[in-house]
Ligand binder design. Structure first.
Ligand code: MG
Length: 160
C-alpha cells in the first residue's frame, strides 16, 4: 500500500464563483486561480499523485497552460484517477479537511461527497470529508482564503 498527502490554499476574490468539492457554494466571494480554484479537489489530486509517486498537480496541469484556464478541477481529478487506475492502483480511502472560517461547509458536505464519489468511481464510504475553522487565526481565520488537506491510501498494482 502507498500513502499520499496533499495541501492547497487559494485566496478569496471578487467576481469568482466559489467551487468546493466540485460543487458551487453560495458565497459573495470565490477563490482565485487558473482553474476553478477548487482547493479541496486540488488537495485530493496532490494526495493521489503523491501516493502514486507521480509528482504534483502543478507539474501535471501547469497554470501557464491555456487549456486549463477556468477548467473544472473535477476533470483534472477524473484524469488522475483514470491514470492511476490504468497503472493498476486502486484507491482504498480518502480523508480530507477543508479549513475555512467562512462559509459554513456542513450544508454542502453530502453533495460534495456524492460528487467526488461519482468522479472518483469510489463508494462514498471510502471518502471522508471534514471541515474546520482555524479559530480566527491566520489567513484562514482572517477570511482571506480557504485551505484544504487530504490523505489517500492506494493499493499498489499486484506484480505479474
Ligand atoms: Mg490549487
Amino acid at each position: 500500500m502507498r500513502i499520499g498527502q496533499g495541501f492547497d490554499a487559494h485566496r478569496f476574490s471578487d467576481g469568482r464563483k466559489l467551487v468546493l468539492g466540485g460543487i458551487e457554494i453560495e458565497y459573495p466571494l470565490g477563490l482565485l486561480g487558473h482553474s476553478d480554484a477548487d482547493v479541496l479537489v486540488h488537495a485530493i489530486i496532490d494526495a493521489l499523485l503523491g501516493a502514486a509517486g507521480l509528482g504534483d498537480i502543478g507539474m501535471r496541469f501547469p497554470d501557464t497552460e491555456p487549456a486549463y484556464k477556468g477548467i473544472s478541477s473535477l476533470i483534472l481529478l477524473g484524469n488522475v484517477v483514470t491514470e492511476l487506475t490504468d497503472l493498476g492502483f486502486s484507491i482504498l480511502n480518502v480523508d480530507a479537511t477543508i479549513l475555512a472560517q467562512k462559509p459554513k461547509i456542513g450544508p454542502y458536505r453530502e453533495k460534495m461527497l456524492k460528487t467526488l464519489s461519482m468522479v472518483m468511481g469510489l463508494d462514498p464510504s471510502r471518502i471522508n470529508l471534514k471541515a474546520t475553522t482555524t479559530e480566527k487565526m491566520g489567513f484562514v481565520g482572517r477570511e482571506e482564503g480557504i485551505a484544504a488537506t487530504a490523505v489517500v491510501l492506494l493499493e499498489e498494482p499486484t506484480a505479474g
